[in-house]
Design a protein around this ligand. Structure first.
Ligand code: BES
Ligand code: ZN
Length: 471
């Protein structure tokens, strides 16, 4: 759809985009709060309509700030495209990716205020999705609004692609990319959906881990049984599963699945040196996480363990009676949700198969085992010494006022490898989230100073990137 109306009042033409951002900051925060009030939880069917409403909201908002928008339904949640008004001639084209879906807010009772009633306290804006990822891509939208509203001219074409299924594996985005390959072809993708180590340490993330999800179900008796009458004469599925899961990792933090590390590309000496320069204090890190002591794969630092080494985690574990009081049963089944985080050159299919096969091999004959492979994503690694990456680093310094670092991160954004495969484009990951933003946790927040810096970044970035392409 074409934009509804030009947004600007005349006097905004007298300002720079940066002045405009300062002038309109309170209004922009209010709009972000409106966006955050929509509970776009992609994982929960009960929120299906809310997710659709959220897509419509952000599409309308993009139109209001002067972009040409399209709302594309999929088999799952809609995809929003928003383009800056096109100019004649061949110009650089950048894609800005973000996701309007959010993680489930549970456990709700651990939130200091309701997750979908945004609350500002000091420099923090609390709400589910504040930093992951509504606040981060909203900053880029506000930057483009600022440029357009002040009569500035972008040196390139921009397409915002905002999807609603990132938190559940982006299943419908890959076919969409293929279908729209021509209009989405671009010189690079820019994503702000990662983090920075501190407010004084902006970062270009050049690697992300991949992921492979696997559900494990162990079945015992045909029904829950009285544990007094029958207990002792049959295996307990919860205990069988617990034994199997515990055996997946040794005491030195190594995953015991045969072949698990075969495709792992070792860290270079240079990377290890870079990572060792990042600030780290074991005691305060443990305190920040709330654990009595850290644990990880022996021989690697915590930064390496959490960003550049593969892992296997239990994300959920269920069996038997979970309600109030006690219930004396041998449960009929037990199940666990696992994810493995992957590094180059591991493949999600291979790893899911290896783990499933290993579980089968250690499953006792007293229970039955079922495994179901879930979503998967390849790890991402970008050569950080390109002219585009250097231009991004320069812009980070301008926007934040601090020298940036190069980072590998442990989270996953599986679509970035598809951007490369389908569109031929590298992705620049310029994260605005802080370590204590509580992504996926209760009390998620976004630092409003990073919202401002992110918007500033968005006003400065496009000339720098376009210039880097021209050079
Ligand atoms: N924003 C995160 C990814 C992220 C966070 C990358 C911090 C690097 C640093 C994203 O929204 C996310 O949570 N992705 C999922 C992907 C999964 C569901 C396929 C993840 O990493 O768990
Ligand atoms: Zn997330």
């Amino acid at each position: 759809m074409p934009p509804r109306r030009p947004l600007t009042a005349g006097f905004d033409f007298m300002m720079t985009p940066q002045q405009y951002l300062i002038e309109h900051q309170a209004r922009h925060i209010g709009q972000l709060c409106d966006y955050l009030r929509l509970p776009s939880v992609s994982a929960q069917a009960s929120h299906r309509e809310d997710v659709g409403r959220c897509a419509a909201w952000i599409e309308a908002h993009c139109r209001e700030i002067g972009l040409n928008t399209e709302l594309h339904p999929t088999r799952g949640h809609p995809i929003v495209l928003a383009r800056t008004p096109r100019r004649p001639g061949r110009r650089p084209h950048f894609l800005v990716y973000g996701h309007y879906d959010v993680q489930p807010p549970e456990p709700i009772e651990l939130w200091a205020s309701p997750p979908f009633e945004p609350r500002v306290e000091g420099h923090s804006l609390f709400a589910r999705g504040a930093s992951d990822n509504k606040g981060q891509h909203f900053a880029h939208l506000k930057a483009v609004e600022a440029v357009l509203a002040t009569g500035g001219e972008l040196p390139c074409d921009l397409t915002f692609l905002i999807e609603g299924e990132e938190e559940v594996g982006s299943a419908n985005l890959v076919p969409f990319l293929k279908q729209h390959r021509k209009s989405l072809r671009c010189d690079a993708v820019v994503i702000s959906d990662t983090g920075m180590p501190a407010r004084t340490l902006p970062a270009l993330t050049y690697a992300l881990r991949g992921i492979a999800a696997l559900e494990v179900i162990v079945r015992g008796p045909s029904r829950d049984l009285h544990s007094g009458i029958f207990g002792g004469s049959l295996d307990n599925p919860a205990m069988a599963l617990a034994r199997m899961l515990a055996a997946l990792r040794d005491r030195r933090g190594r995953i015991t699945v045969p072949g698990f590390y075969d495709q792992v590309r070792p860290l270079t000496r240079n990377e290890r040196r870079q990572l060792a320069r990042l600030p780290f204090n074991e005691r305060s890190y443990a305190r920040f996480l709330g654990v009595p002591k850290l644990f990880g794969e022996a021989g690697f630092t915590a930064w390496e363990q959490r960003s550049a080494r593969p892992t296997l985690e239990v994300n959920g574990l269920t069996s038997g009676y979970q309600g109030e009081g006690s219930k004396t049963i041998v449960p009929a089944a037990a199940s666990a949700k696992l994810t493995m985080r992957l590094v180059p050159d591991q493949s999600p299919d291979v790893i899911a198969r290896l783990v499933a096969r290993h579980l089968k091999s250690i499953c006792p004959p007293t229970v039955r085992l079922e495994t179901r492979a879930g979503h998967g994503g390849l790890p991402y690694l970008l050569e950080p010494d390109t002219s585009l990456a250097r231009a991004a680093m320069r812009t980070l310094e301008l926007a934040f006022g601090y020298a940036p670092v190069l980072l590998r991160e442990g989270g996953s954004i599986p679509i970035v490898t598809d951007f490369k495969r389908v569109l031929g484009a590298d992705t620049l990951l310029l994260g605005l989230a802080l370590p204590d933003d509580n992504a996926h946790s209760p009390n998620e927040k976004f630092d409003l100073r990073n919202f401002a810096a992110g918007a500033r970044l968005g006003t400065l970035l496009w000339p720098e990137l376009a210039g880097a392409l021209a050079a």
